[in-house]
Design a protein around this ligand. Structure first.
Ligand code: MOS
Length: 740
């Protein structure tokens, strides 16, 4: 990284506080960090699934003769020997699993790639060979894997999921105001299906120690794995231990129980041996959730100056046959600007796939692509600068509820971003800017928002006579930097060195865990740690603020260790939320809190260069300025935004899960064909933060960052492509053929 590429926040942090740059960096780069599948207990056996090769139907016969003859094969699990597994339930319907369907229990094939058997052998090679030799015969049924295919079924969310927070957002009279608007935009945008493809594959190790099942698996929700496996296997949750100190990326893919795990536990019990399963990359495209395709019709009405008078946002989102992923696309599109007449409508289109789910900024990224592209179209039609038009439409209070925002610095993000980017030098006409090599240059801007949610967290602090403090928290380290934020918070509060603080996360044996997702992990756990620190200071008999000699205070209290604990939850959340957290169920509060609504905001500025001969798009530069409240951990916050910009480049230009209507399933199920950006695709990235604490939200002043960082990157690039070429991209990813 050159000096120019180092963000201001990053440079500030590195100079001032090298010690807490990333507490797990050394363990990670020296290979000492142990991920789920790194666990290799003595006598471990290896599993490999057999997956369905038809789009839908029934398994009529399963020939396992050749598979069973492979030396080292120990067990073959399928619906034929009916493993005793109960459904775990769908995560969004008081369950634990990414979908309600548990394979291997009957002969039904709901989608291509669904597991139909599990082979266990002494070695991975034997398990893999045997799995390939299992021959299934099917009775096939017609299936649909695309939004417009015959045989899909469309349902209205309001009717199918009659919950208040999922009702269509309706403010004022959007249709009437739209019709009366002198300036109108009416366009359809589509964001294709995507997969999270974290580095760490899906899988883990299941091991019985007496009556206790011990699972090592990378997860965003060890509590859900514990609660779900207990339910599936009919055992007490106390008899399930789930350990995931590190997660090698997740992005929503590992936010719940996946169907491989209960069969793995059953196999381990039958064999009396630990069993390990690491799904091949191709399997991960069907073994867990993905970002569903979504189609957005956006209508914007404005006065001649571009002041927004009305917006209508209608969305169709892909669903499975067996579950509906609750959609909240309009949560941000209804309040990114001061739109007094808004109508949302969200529908689900049932297809024959596994249940789609959460992938970083699951609704907000596609929603912002649609809205922020439309806003750019409006700016062009109004003949106004797109930054200026956004500033002119900024909201004071929340237009949906009328409540104030806990904090809202979107205008500051836009202004600072424009300054850092040099936006004043933009020439407004499409195609009017050129690079020295003749490429057309485009500059685009887009804004993003993401709800600030808060979940129940238990935090425990253990202060030792040696002066060390151990912080045990319900949270998960997926690489986003939660442990760094926790260590900084404790070290900073007590005025001790970061080396004296150790954070323990991702372990059901230590504390109960809520799911870490929705960017609520760091803010929620910091809130609990803040409360536990107050408690610890009281127990140590030290003042509520200021540096503490931990060793002396512990020794003075006459014990080896002083322990303090606190449970916190979202403002206005009922206490029952804590019981749900303890049971491994989801219980987020917000963004609509008593008296306020809470969102994080961001502005992205992108520069693209487009070769006029073959219109290939290169992203040469991105500037992102985030309003995430107080920045809890500058180095990891900076890294979160950089990572999200790379994600946005992928979403804008290359990432797309391809479906083939003839066969079902996803066909580009590997990292050669599912094209994510490499270094050569990523230009200069500059990141900055408003860094204003939001004490109206909570005493730590921290909002959320990991998800908002992605929201708006893709439309900033798409808008830059329009500025370079005069062609309006209306689907993601933007392909060369869209620009010809
Ligand atoms: Mo995130 S997509 O909420 O894990």
């Amino acid at each position: 990284m050159t000096d120019a590429e180092t963000s201001r926040a990053g440079a500030r942090e590195k100079a001032a506080d090298a010690e807490t740059s990333r507490v797990d960096a050394r363990e990670k780069v020296t290979g000492q960090a142990r991920y789920g599948a790194d666990h290799t207990p003595p006598g471990v056996a290896y599993a490999m699934p057999v997956v369905a090769t038809v789009g839908k139907g029934r398994v009529t016969a399963l020939d396992t003769t050749d598979a069973a003859a492979v030396p080292g094969v120990l067990l073959l699990l399928s619906h034929l020997d009916a493993p005793d597994i109960a459904p775990a339930g769908y995560i969004m319907a008081d369950g634990y699993a990414f979908q309600s369907l548990q394979p291997l229990l009957d002969d039904h094939v709901a989608y291509r790639g669904q597991p139909i058997a599990l082979v266990v052998a002494d070695t991975l090679v034997a398990a893999t060979e045997a799995a390939a030799l299992v021959r299934a015969t099917y009775e096939t049924e017609p299936f649909a894997v695309e939004l417009d295919a015959d045989g899909t079924e469309t349902v209205l969310q309001e009717e199918a999921l009659p919950l208040p927070f999922l009702a269509d957002v309706v403010v004022g009279d959007a249709d009437g105001a739209y019709e009366r608007s002198p300036l109108r935009v009416d366009a359809v945008y589509e964001a294709g299906p995507q997969h999270q493809v974290p580095m760490e594959l899906i899988g883990g190790v299941a091991e019985w120690r007496g009556d206790t099942l011990v699972v090592h698996e990378g997860s965003q929700s060890v509590g859900a794995l514990r609660g779900g496996l207990a339910r599936q296997l009919g055992i007490a949750p106390e008899n399930v231990e789930v350990v995931a100190p590190y997660v090698g990326g997740a992005f929503g893919q590992k936010n719940s129980l996946q169907p491989h795990l209960a069969p793995l536990a059953v196999a381990a019990r039958r064999l009396g041996r630990p069993v390990k399963l690491v799904l091949p990359r191709a399997h991960t495209f069907h073994a867990a959730s993905f970002r569903p395709v979504s189609r957005h019709r956006v209508r914007l009405g404005a006065d001649r100056s571009g002041r927004l008078l009305a917006a209508i946002h209608e969305v169709d989102q892909q669903a499975s046959r067996h579950d509906l992923l609750p959609a909240t696309y309009t949560e941000i599109t209804s309040r990114l600007y001061d739109i007094r007449n808004f109508r949302g409508r969200q529908r689900h289109v049932r297809t024959d796939a596994q249940t789609p789910g959460y992938m970083r900024a699951p609704f907000e990224h596609p929603a912002a692509f649609a809205l922020e592209s439309a806003v750019d179209e409006l700016a062009h039609a109004a003949g106004r600068d797109p930054v200026e038009l956004r500033l002119a439409n900024d909201a004071g209070a929340d237009p949906v509820t009328g409540k104030p925002f806990t904090s809202r610095h979107l205008a500051a993000c836009l202004r600072r971003g424009a300054e850092l980017f040099g936006w004043a030098g933009r020439s407004p006409d499409p195609g009017s800017m050129r690079a020295p090599d003749g490429a057309t240059v485009g500059w685009g801007v887009a804004a993003g928002a993401y709800p600030v949610m808060t979940v129940p967290v238990l935090a425990r602090l253990r202060a030792g006579a040696d002066g060390g403090v151990r912080v045990e928290v319900g949270g998960h380290e997926m690489g986003q930097g939660i442990t760094t934020a926790l260590v900084r918070a404790v070290a900073g509060d007590l005025g001790i060195g970061a080396a004296c603080v150790r954070a323990v996360v991702g372990d059901t044996r230590v504390v109960p865990h809520h799911l870490t997702a929705g960017a609520w992990g760091t803010n929620s756990s910091l809130l609990a740690v803040h409360a536990a620190l107050r408690e610890l200071r009281e127990r140590l008999g030290v003042p509520p603020e200021g540096p503490v000699d931990v060793a002396a205070a512990v020794r003075a209290s006459g014990v080896e260790e002083v322990v303090a604990e606190a449970v916190t939850q979202g403002p206005g959340q009922p206490p029952a939320a804590i019981d749900r957290m303890r049971a491994g169920l989801v219980a987020p509060a917000g963004p609509d809190y008593p008296g306020h609504v809470a969102f994080s905001f961001i502005a992205h500025f992108a520069e693209v260069r487009v070769d006029p001969a073959a219109p290939r798009v290169r992203v040469t530069r991105v500037v992102s300025v985030a309003d995430c409240g107080r920045v809890a951990s500058p180095v990891t916050a900076d890294a979160q935004v950089r990572g999200a910009v790379v994600w946005g480049i992928g979403a804008a230009l290359s990432e797309h899960s391809e479906v083939d209507p003839r066969y079902g399933g996803f066909v580009n199920a590997d990292l050669a064909d599912y094209v994510i950006p490499v270094n050569a695709d990523v230009g200069r990235i500059e990141v900055d933060f408003i860094d204003e604490p939001d004490f109206t939200l909570n005493p730590t002043g921290v909002k959320t960052l990991g998800e908002v960082a992605l929201v708006g990157v893709a439309p900033a690039i798409a808008n830059a492509v329009f500025h370079a070429t005069g062609r309006r991209p209306r689907r993601l990813p933007i392909r060369v053929e869209d620009l010809l």
